[in-house]
Design a protein around this ligand. Sequence first.
Ligand SMILES: *[C@@H]1O[C@H](CO)[C@@H](O)[C@H](O)[C@H]1NC(C)=O
Ligand SMILES: *[C@@H]1O[C@H](CO)[C@@H](O)[C@H](O)[C@H]1NC(C)=O
Ligand SMILES: *[C@@H]1O[C@H](CO)[C@@H](O)[C@H](O)[C@H]1NC(C)=O
Length: 442
Amino acid sequence: MIRTGVSVCCLVFLLSSTLHTGLSGPLAGKEAWDYVEVRDGAHMFWWLYYADSQSADFRDLPLVMWLQGGPGGSGSGFGNFEEIGPLNRNLEPRKTSWVQAASVLFVDNPVGTGFSYADGPDKFATNVATVASDMLVLLRHFFTEKKEFQSVPFYIFSESYGGKMAAAISLELSKAIAQGTVKCNFAGVALGDSWISPLDSVITWGPYLYTTSLLDDFGLADVSSAAEAVKKAVEQEQFEKATELWSVAETVVEQNTNGVNFYNILTQEPDEKVVALAGEDYISLQTRRHIRPLHGQSLSELMNGPIRKKLGIIPQNVTWGGQAEEVFSSMAGDFMRPVVDVVDQLLEAGVNVTVYNGQLDLIVDTMGQELWVKKLKWEGLPGFNKLRWTPLDDPVSPGVTGAFYKTYKNFSFYWILKAGHMIPSDQGPMALQMLKMIIQQD
Ligand SMILES: *[C@@H]1O[C@H](CO)[C@@H](O)[C@H](O)[C@H]1NC(C)=O
Ligand SMILES: *[C@@H]1O[C@H](CO)[C@@H](O)[C@H](O)[C@H]1NC(C)=O
Ligand SMILES: *[C@@H]1O[C@H](CO)[C@@H](O)[C@H](O)[C@H]1NC(C)=O
């Protein structure tokens, strides 16, 4: 199913591809990319950057897979050019690229995200079980094609809804490794600002905004009652209704905060304020709220211009980001389901789990993460709760606190200061240091 004819030609040096595409940069890093047909008519795109370190060969450094949120946000686009890839959106080298510490694999998932595409409306995933089984097909192909990565420690890092997918994928991957159907050295999963327990996020919005001077007493009452409605729907397992009510709760937040930015409460751009339109259906509203920030105009132009030209394998009728709304709406019935039990199963299976969260994130605020972590049935939880956290200096400002962290047995938590939802965009040096600590390369 993998297009082998294509994958050989795609293993290029950026330096040599420069000649053909006009992309330039001092990096000499090796890259590869391809599609895998993970189900009939469901095509998934991956893009690998080999680790580019002066002191170590890529075979001696871990491999990190990065999963973006949404669902429908593209790792090959946003994660790569706006967060952790070797080049930024202007194709200039990024000083805090994760490629200096690990090989990085971006996968546009679920099917329909980024350069991935579905051949028909029935090909989109509707739940995380399908998301995970699709990814397992991709990983089986990847580790078969790239045998040199089979023994390299493999980590899954994620952001937002990507964390919910990462948890499910990690569980399936650990089973597949035990059964011998995927050959890889799975070393852990990191859940960044992750949608593990959606209700715990929503019910803490009010208190979080109130203590940061973004709600008055009236606003707190309004947001709390909107959150109660979401809670009721979740408790009754009416998950599609809960997704719709989540959207309503966000509108209530926006109305009471004069349009706070859900991704970083301290930044507000006048032209990025979201206003719910009369009669607009909630899927289209949520796409504007949560997918559009990941698919800004200049990033879209880059991906659909020079990048698709450089890649050379994107079918003519596939637009980067073109199916994002279908990806999101297909998952609407799954969106508000919690996966705390999956995290418990991961810990039970001996998988190393890290949670990291940005202090200024509203959509997945840290208070909500604290709540679901305290619900874990993991036997190590009492020991974790007894530990005090340890401060970490901001790598660029010694003496200034950049984060706190705590590790007990197979579980770690990083509190990242002055960062919102997209931690590597907001605090690149701190995010890179955290990466190195988690993958044990510091
Ligand atoms: C692109 O065109 C092919 C062939 O006409 C078709 O089978 C496929 O479904 C189209 N894909 C998309 C994403 O529109
Ligand atoms: C999990 O992390 C610990 C260090 O905290 C490490 O010793 C262990 O090897 C890791 N487990 C795996 C499977 O990599
Ligand atoms: C990780 O979890 C497994 C399974 O519970 C356990 O055997 C192992 O000792 C744990 N690792 C650490 C570093 O505590």
